[in-house]
Design a protein around this ligand. Structure first.
Ligand code: 5GP
Ligand code: ZN
Length: 113
């Protein structure tokens, strides 16, 4: 864990951020600046900077994140209407917080704008 990393702080429960889900591997919380009616972040507790830094023995973290994203979409009632899952990778890819996270966005009334 890195003390100057925001998502390390959040995922270790050091901030007041409410978790929608938590286990030994990940936490899920609402994005502070949502770009859609539903905007969740799925964040591993382990500090990994981005997909570029993912090691082979960490691959199971990613599959766990996707399986949980699918469940969270259902829990949020957007599984049938549809949603987007994405990772921003490094600055050119739009990454602003350099601790791996999967975005789950959806809930538009008339489809994605
Ligand atoms: P990135 O651009 O790195 O892929 O996404 C970072 C996301 O984290 C952004 O959508 C931003 O709104 C969100 N975010 C940044 N700081 C905080 C925070 O302190 N709390 C929460 N819940 N979300 C944050
Ligand atoms: Zn971190």
């Amino acid at each position: 864990m890195s003390t100057d990393c925001l998502f390390c702080q959040i995922s270790q429960g050091k901030m007041s951020t409410q978790f929608l889900y938590e286990d030994d591997i990940i936490v899920v919380f609402k994005d502070i600046n949502p770009m859609a009616p539903v905007h969740l972040l799925l964040v591993p507790k382990e500090h990994i900077r981005s997909i570029n830094d993912l090691e082979p023995d960490q691959a199971s973290i990613i599959s766990h994140m996707f399986m949980k994203a699918k469940e969270m979409a259902k829990e949020q009632g957007i599984n049938e209407s549809g949603y987007r899952l994405f990772f921003n990778v490094e600055k050119g890819g739009g990454q602003e917080v350099f601790h791996l996270h999967l975005h789950l966005i959806g809930g538009w009334k008339e489809g994605r704008k």
